[in-house]
Design a protein around this ligand. Sequence first.
Ligand code: GLN
Length: 244
Amino acid sequence: MKKALLVAALSVCSAFSMANAETYKFGTEATFAPFEFTDDKSNVIGYDADIIRAIGEAESFEVQIVNMPFDALIPSILTKQLDGAIAGITISEERAKQVAFTDPYYKSGISAIIRRADKDKYQKITDLSKSRLCAQIGTTGANAAKEISGNVGTYNTVPEAFMELKAKGCEAVVNDRPVNLYFLATKKDDSYVEIPELVSGENYGIITNKKNTELLQKLNSGLKKIRENGTFQKIHQKWFNVAE
Ligand code: GLN
């Protein structure tokens, strides 16, 4: 009898502590390796997934990751369907009018990938000024492509843009450089190359609703903690094979 009571009391306790840990829902677009992609069981994995889970651990909140189109992330935060988003999102003034950004957590930039056969034809980004370009919709890559040539086809995902490049529907994919390099390194066919020139430098931040200052503060505090306890560096090394 006594034992049964103890068991009952313990399970109430653990149910209580679980219910006590806040769960935050973060959106991402999981075809953006190595930042976010899926394993063979459809779990979201990658640099961003590791970062947000480590922050959750440091700040004692539960993390739920929801996969959705990139251009749905900000609208879903504005309508409170998501608490936040981590998706290799570049900090920009325009976006900062709508949502709040954490401190920067990754230095990125934009580059162009072309077909290897066109290597001599397109040696510099400006050589693409009259070409049709491919990019992911709603991204800074799409904005850069519009500045380069103005003739841009946009796709829901980066892999679709690469398929279009291969099918000769465009002459280059303009996209975040670390994702381009990961694509070149992991792709089995070598029919693509990068124009070795950076279009612009950018920083990634995690976004939240502007009204949710509590979550923003937890994210910044968690980022600081994981930098201090070495977790951040471990995650960087795991996905990029080099120190930050
Ligand atoms: N960094 C780019 C942007 O914020 C691309 C992000 C992405 O496609 N996930 O627009």
